[in-house]
Design a protein around this ligand. Structure first.
Ligand code: OGA
Ligand code: NI
Length: 380
């Protein structure tokens, strides 16, 4: 979803990347009907049917729990082993963890939150100048729909998706210039997320018994997308979702969920609301991590819910393999006891399949299973 997963700006469309930079400024006001914020501003009291989830998908009876919190402050010293073990355990048990003392300056996080909110507070006329192109799945910009299909159930979410890395994909001169600091803020945020993602990938590699650089190298020249998710207040939050259940399709995602709860994670078949921890960042594993680890670690279904009286902003940074990267289980993780569970896949092909079908929980990765009925080693 924008994660692709659910990720709105998935890196899946060649046409888009080859396109010339478009002049910002032309826009079509009819597109505003597709923005959730427009619905809310027009005062709807009942949500339109396209946003109403079937009963079994509605966010009811959810427990609140804290997912593991890992303190990264000691990773360059004697605590590395202990941190690596905690990361490994969190990956095995949850596929999700939060990091604190992660080294990302508080002011970089604050600026991203503030500038993100400031953008969504601007008039629709301005925001639509940056609208992502309807029907183009990998289009960068301001949007709302996850897929381009007409018959999809919709999420109670608008987003701004930014293609930040590698530099060859970055067109920062086309990013919003209001608030004035927006572009600089995103550049700094992207840089910090790159550094943090590299450190986390090293820890995850080591926790699998692989050389520190294994996962980083396995991703080729990775893509990074920063998605600013904006969830307006909703008159009937119990009927809908801000973001439908999905697993992220790349390697790892780093989510700044800020101070307002909304993220939920599926564990043992039950949805659990993740309690926000101040200044923490949430890390979760994507489908390609499941493949590379031969199922030792799994991508995990998650979703976001919305509130009746408060809006919510989150910022998801997706680290994905290069499109031409062939993903395959690490050979060190395959032996007699642990047969190969996943076929190799070209990331480009995985993304196209994802976007043509939609997330449907984490069904997409099933097509990569060597024997579809074999569950991975872990039983969550
Ligand atoms: C995502 C995502 C959760 C949230 O963008 O892929 O899972 O809380 N977001 O916004
Ligand atoms: Ni996600």
């Amino acid at each position: 979803m924008s994660c692709p997963c659910c990720r709105p700006g998935g890196d899946s469309c060649d046409e888009e990347e080859e396109e010339e930079e478009e002049e910002v400024g032309s826009f079509d006001m009819s597109m505003m009907k597709d923005r959730v914020q427009h619905l809310v501003d027009s005062g709807v009291k009942e949500i339109p049917p396209a946003y109403v989830r079937p009963f079994e998908e509605r966010p009811v009876d959810v427990r609140t729990e804290q997912i593991p919190v890992v303190d990264l402050s000691g990773i360059d010293g004697k605590d590395r082993q202990s941190v690596r073990n905690q990361v490994g355990k969190a990956c095995e048990d949850w596929g999700f963890f939060q990091v604190v003392n992660h080294g990302v300056p508080g002011k970089v996080l604050d600026s991203m939150r503030n500038d993100g909110r400031a953008f969504f507070a601007l008039p629709m006329e301005y925001k639509l100048r940056y609208a992502c192109k309807p029907g183009v799945i990998a289009s960068e910009g301001y949007g709302s729909k996850m897929l381009s299909k007409d018959d999809q159930l919709l999420d109670w979410r608008d987003y701004y998706d930014l293609h930040t890395l590698p530099l060859s994909r970055r067109r920062s001169s086309g990013w919003p210039d209001d608030p004035q600091s927006f572009r600089e803020t995103v550049l700094q945020y992207s840089h910090q997320m790159k550094l943090l993602a590299e450190r986390i990938l090293e820890l995850i590699s080591e926790s699998l018994g692989l050389p520190s650089s294994h996962l980083r190298e396995a991703l080729g020249d990775p893509s990074q997308n920063v998605s600013v998710n904006y969830y307006p207040p909703c008159p009937q939050p119990e009927l809908t979702l801000g973001l439908q259940a999905h697993s992220d399709l790349g390697a790892i995602t780093i989510l700044m969920q800020a101070d307002i709860a909304g993220l939920q994670v599926k564990k043992n078949g039950m949805w659990i609301a993740v309690e926000p921890v101040e200044n923490a960042l949430v890390v979760n594993l994507g489908d390609m991590m499941e493949v590379m680890s031969n199922g030792r670690y799994r991508s995990v279904e998650h979703r976001a819910v919305v509130n009746g009286d408060r809006d919510r902003l989150s910022v998801a940074t997706f680290l994905d393999p290069a499109k031409d990267c062939l993903l395959t289980p690490a050979k060190e993780l395959i032996d007699e006891e642990h047969p190969r569970l996943y076929k190799e896949v070209l990331f480009r092909d995985f993304i196209s399949a994802w976007y043509s079908k939609g997330p449907d929980g984490k069904r997409n990765i099933d097509s990569l299973k060597v024997i579809p009925s074999i569950e991975s080693h872990q039983t969550s």
